[in-house]
Design a protein around this ligand. Structure first.
Ligand SMILES: CC(C)(COP(=O)(O)OP(=O)(O)OC[C@H]1O[C@@H](n2cnc3c(N)ncnc32)[C@H](O)[C@@H]1OP(=O)(O)O)[C@@H](O)C(=O)NCCC(=O)NCCS
Length: 333
């Protein structure tokens, strides 16, 4: 199709590139996901320029004849053992410039990069029933997992019920918590608990797995702090010193109203004792006490993750949208 749009790989992301990127993402998100908070320019700049954990990033910017950005693509190429087959695509086309083949051209650039990096799987996320979903289906991706996104408004959580869940007795366990990097004395047991996330339901997504150790959990916390975000953790520790479960909340940089749920995991040997509800209720209590600017939490769960969904419903989370994870299987050379 004849087009004046140019697709260029970015060797280095300048402040102007990041600002252009932000404009495209903001227009695309407002169009497809009304009500979903748009990352601010600082967040986008940090995301594009700060190092990530266990991956490197390739980026493309598509510009129109007058030089304005009309589309962006970012490819996260995973480098850690267990994920070296995988790359993850973020693709946005400004709504005023869609259905002209730009998304397909950016996808071709990303697919070529995946081949060059010997990837067998390219994954991406699209809102259910959105143009992104139609595009993925048309371009050969297969739907691999559906995620239910849930939201809780903190001022609507039943306070008495919440305190009961957070203060419940769990003989043999105690609660602890921290901001940012895990205290050294807990780093190894925290890493062991994080390995419990590897059995999270992932549908047909070839997501691989990550082996956590003390160094990696510290590195992850540093990457998040370097972006300007804040990571809060609440954990249940068993009397024998092992970590039985934990939950993590991310507060995006600035003064966010919406916090983002990261991991929640209970180690298999400690499941069935209500520890998931306990740590999550304690986290909600902590947010209400220490971060009064935060008014809501968003989380997402695989549709078949019945235990986590039950815990979230108990805490007042309600479904408000769905996304689909798509995978493009790359022929191996
Ligand atoms: C998905 C997205 C990147 C597509 O960008 P685009 O430039 O419009 O894509 P293309 O013009 O290359 O579309 C290629 C084909 O995908 C399909 N498609 C794209 N948008 C569609 C829509 N809204 N409805 C139905 N089919 C659609 C069509 O078959 C289209 O070919 P056609 O226009 O000849 O019929 C864009 O809609 C977008 O930015 N969405 C929000 C972000 C997102 O969901 N990203 C995840 C997907 S990787």
């Amino acid at each position: 199709m004849p087009t004046a749009v140019q697709v260029n790989p970015l060797q280095r992301v300048s402040a102007a590139d990041a600002a252009a990127w932000h404009q495209v993402v903001a227009a695309s998100t407002a169009h497809d996901l009304p009500g979903v908070p748009i990352p601010d320019p600082g967040q986008i700049h940090a995301q594009l320029t700060r190092p990530a954990l266990g991956s490197h990033r390739l980026t493309w910017l598509a510009t129109a004849a007058h030089g304005a950005a009309v589309a962006v693509a970012g490819l996260r190429v995973f480098t850690s053992p267990g994920r070296q087959h995988l790359a993850e695509l973020e693709l946005h086309v400004d709504p005023a410039h869609r259905r002209r083949g730009t998304g397909s051209r950016l996808l071709s650039a990303a697919v070529a990069a995946c081949r060059a990096e010997s990837r067998r799987a390219l994954i991406t996320t699209a809102a259910a029933d959105s143009p992104g979903e139609a595009f993925c289906e048309r371009r050969g991706f297969r739907g691999a997992l559906t995620l239910d996104h849930l939201l809780v408004r903190l001022d609507e959580t039943d306070r008495a019920d919440l305190l009961r869940a957070a203060d419940a007795e769990h003989p043999g366990y105690r609660l602890t918590g921290w901001s940012g990097t895990v205290p050294d004395r807990l780093a190894d047991v925290f890493a062991e608990a994080k390995n419990a996330m590897n059995d999270m339901p992932m549908g047909d997504l070839d997501y691989g797995s990550v082996a956590w150790d003390g160094d990696r959990v510290r590195a992850m916390a540093m990457v998040i702090a370097d972006r300007g975000d804040t990571l809060l953790t609440v954990a249940a520790v068993h009397d024998d010193g092992t970590m039985a479960g934990y939950t993590e909340i991310l507060l995006p940089r600035g003064t966010p109203a919406r916090a983002q749920q990261y991991d929640t995991a209970v180690v298999p040997a400690h499941r069935g004792h209500g520890l998931g509800l306990w740590v999550k209720a304690a986290m909600v209590r902590r947010l209400r006490a220490e971060h009064s600017g935060v008014t809501e939490i968003e989380t997402d769960n695989a549709e078949d993750n019945v235990h986590m969904l039950a815990v979230n419903h108990r805490l007042g989370f309600r479904s408000y949208r769905r996304t689909r994870e798509f995978q493009l299987d790359m022929p191996t050379p």
